[in-house]
Design a binder for this molecule. Structure first.
Ligand SMILES: [Zn+2]
Length: 292
């Protein structure tokens, strides 16, 4: 039986650092099956969606965060959107990209993403959008998000993101872990965190696949470090699309384009984020033409 995905938030080392842990196995598997993705595309999107959930966990109300990886690699762009409710969605432009494994036996996400930039946009409650952009460090995503947090928000962080894809392409484990020492944390605290993360024998995706519950995963990641759990939330794949919203997209095409669709007799729109298909018949298109 599959376990619901969860996101936990807490403190560690007597309040000298905060952490966020997420298990996203079901979310990444749903994204894989909706988009029909190859293993390397699944790993890239899965890591970015997991990172979006972590960064969205400090948002409130109807706020959301959009992460865009625009690299020159064959994936041709990866996008993930997370919100304060713990919902996430996303897509890669080229879901079928296949690349040889790295010498380490891992999926080559860095090459699939390529060189380029990471854009982070936060939509706040008042409707304002704040965006920041940094060049990609490696395209491996966790490193790129850490670089963004440090250079754009001056927050030093350590982050693990991982997706384990089985030979039959299904997702066996996916998760993410963020640690941020609080301002003024003594040097030995930072050293203790680095030592603990450095000695983990397996990646977070393997640890997630092996752990029966969040407690087990968390205690494995923390090792001897003291910690405290403050919040436990459920998280899931959820798209915000609807036929009504996509009507708006059609209206924005303009009268001429819509007239062409009417002469075709029907139109179909596919949502990028979830691959859901929406059909529009002639009567509906005529109504849209009048609104345009
Ligand atoms: Zn959708």
């Amino acid at each position: 039986m599959q376990q619901q995905d969860e996101l936990w938030i807490g403190t560690m080392l007597e309040g000298n650092a905060r952490w966020v842990l997420v298990k996203s196995t079901e979310i990444v598997e749903e994204a894989r099956s909706r988009h029909g993705m190859s293993p390397v595309a699944t790993a890239a999107l899965g890591r970015l969606m997991t990172g979006a959930l972590i960064l969205a966990s400090s948002l409130k109300g109807d706020e959301s965060i959009t992460l865009r990886l625009l690299g020159d690699g064959p994936l041709d762009g990866v996008v993930a959107v997370g919100n304060a409710q713990g919902e996430v969605r996303g897509y890669v432009r080229e879901p079928l990209v296949d690349l040889p494994l790295k010498a380490s036996g891992k999926l080559d996400v860095g090459t699939a993403v390529g060189r380029g930039e990471l854009t982070v946009s936060r939509s706040l409650q008042n409707g304002e959008v704040y965006s920041g952009m940094v060049p990609l460090v490696s395209g491996e995503i966790a490193e790129d998000l850490v670089h963004y947090l440090l250079s754009s928000e001056q927050i030093p962080s350590a982050m693990l993101l991982g997706v384990l894809v089985e030979k039959d392409y299904h997702v066996a484990g996916a998760g993410g872990f963020l640690i941020q020492p609080l301002p003024g944390a003594p040097e030995e605290i930072i050293q203790a965190i680095e030592d603990q993360l450095g000695q983990l024998g397996a990646g977070i995706s393997e640890l997630t696949a092996q752990s029966a519950a969040m407690e087990e995963l968390l205690s494995h990641l923390m090792g001897p470090l003291s910690y405290h759990v403050l919040e436990q939330r459920s998280v899931g794949f959820k798209c915000t699309c609807s036929k009504e919203r996509l009507k708006g997209t059609l209206v924005s095409l303009g009268k001429k384009e819509i007239a062409d669709l009417i002469s075709d007799g029907k139109a179909e729109i596919v949502c990028h984020f979830c691959n859901e298909r929406f059909q529009f018949n002639v009567e509906e298109l005529q109504e849209i033409w009048e609104q345009a």
